[in-house]
Structure formats: C-alpha cells, structure tokens
Design a protein around this ligand. Structure first.
Ligand code: ADP
Ligand code: ZN
Length: 211
C-alpha cells in the first residue's frame, strides 16, 4: 500500500500509522520524526528544521522534498509506505505526484483524519511521548501518573512544540497551507475521509473500512 495520512496536528496520524504498519509491514515515513531524530543527532538538517518547528511553522518545501525523496528511494520503501506529515503544501503534493510517476508508481489512497480544532488543542497539550519506545499517550486517558510509559516503563516527555501558543500556530498553518490538499486529492479521486474524534481503536476500525 502507498498511502498519505492527511490531517491536522494531533488528529492521530502517527498512532494510526503504527497500527497500519503492524498489519501491513509497510514503511512509516514521518517527516516530523525524521526532523526530531536529526535534531537529536544535531545534524545540519535538524538544526535548520528546529528554527521552524519551534514556532510551529513549516520547514521550507525544498528541504522537505529532498529529505522525503531520498527516504522513498531506500529499498525498504519500494514495497509500500505510509507518508505521515507529508505532503503539507500543494507544491509538496505536486512534487510527490511527479516523483512517484517518474518511478512508475502512484498513491493508492489518501486518508483524511477529520476533527475539531478544540479537541486537537486538548489532545496536543496532554500528549506525552516515551523516550524509549516512541509510544504516544494522552495524560487524560492513560493509566498511571503520566511519568512513565505504560507499555515499557520508559520516561515520558512532552514535545517542545506541544505548548498552547505553538499549537495554535500549527493549527493556523494547517488550515492555511495544508487544508487545500483536501480538494486537491478529492479531485484526483484519492481521498477517503475518516472521523478522527474517537479512541485510537475505533478510528482504526474506520481506517480499515475506508481502505
Ligand atoms: P504535527 O503533530 O504538527 O503533525 P509533526 O511531527 O508531523 O507534527 O511535525 C512537526 C514539525 O515538523 C512541523 O510543525 C513542521 O515544522 C515540520 N514538518 C513536518 N513535516 C513537514 C512538511 N511536510 N513540510 C514542512 N514542515 C514539516
Ligand atoms: Zn515506552
């Protein structure tokens, strides 16, 4: 399967990607995760991306396009991929379409996770990530005190960009720059919409039904 997961920050793209990956074994390409890993390793790419991420702004198209295309050219991605966080602008979508065509392939579908902004602010400000296994949790719904990971015991932390001011800006950027992709993919007959205002397991059932 070659899928794009489209939706606002906090809509649950990463969580659903993890479930789909388990089922299908396709490669999960999260541009946000790649930037965060680069930042952790203090690479030039990571340091450049940080300036934008800290403000909730988008990293420039050329930087992201280069990064994604080199990732998709790695052998494991040929069989299938889940793109999570890319494309986020119309030029990125045009680039992806051209890139796939040049490599003799195309997308199977684009999953749109729809959800209300206020729920997203709630979710993102209560989101915690495990430093050891990368698991994503929510303080409001998880068991325990929220300091250690329920599945591996690792340390939980809050992402730098999950604070309210930055969250509001990420949502604004989503509506202005990413939402136009909904119509763009609908015109191409690729869009499948999923209501994302539920628990991950319920959303996953809808995802399977949509595919
Ligand atoms: P979110 O929870 O906002 O969806 P991500 O982890 O996908 O977060 O991305 C974090 C940040 O990385 C974004 O706010 C943006 O600065 C940068 N980023 C990720 N993907 C892209 C992209 N396709 N184009 C531009 N910037 C990106
Ligand atoms: Zn963990």
């Amino acid at each position: 399967m070659r899928l794009v997961l489209l939706g606002a920050p906090g809509a649950g793209k990463g969580t659903q990607a993890a479930l789909l990956k388990e089922r299908d074994g396709c490669v999960h390409v999260s541009t946000g995760d790649i930037f965060r890993q680069n930042l952790k390793d203090a690479t030039p790419l990571g340091l450049e991306a940080k300036q934008y991420m800290d403000k909730g702004a988008l990293v420039p198209d050329e930087v992201v396009m280069k990064m994604v295309s080199s990732r998709l050219l790695e052998p494991d991605a040929m069989e299938g991929f889940l793109l999570d966080g890319f494309p986020r602008t119309v030029p990125q979508a045009e680039f992806l379409e051209r890139f796939l065509r040049e490599h003799g392939t195309k997308l199977d579908a684009v999953l749109l996770f729809s959800i209300d902004d206020e729920i997203l602010v709630q979710r993102l400000s209560n989101r915690r990530t495990c430093r050891s296994c990368g698991g994503i949790f929510n303080l409001l719904t998880m068991e325990g005190k929220g300091t250690s990971c329920p599945s591996c015991g690792g340390e939980l932390f809050q992402r730098d960009d999950d604070n309210e001011a930055v969250i509001r800006n990420r949502l604004k950027v989503f509506h202005e720059q990413t939402e136009p992709l909904v119509a763009w993919y609908r015109e191409r007959g690729l869009l499948r919409e999923v209501d994302a205002s539920d628990a991950p397991s319920a959303i996953y059932e809808r995802v399977k039904a949509a595919l």
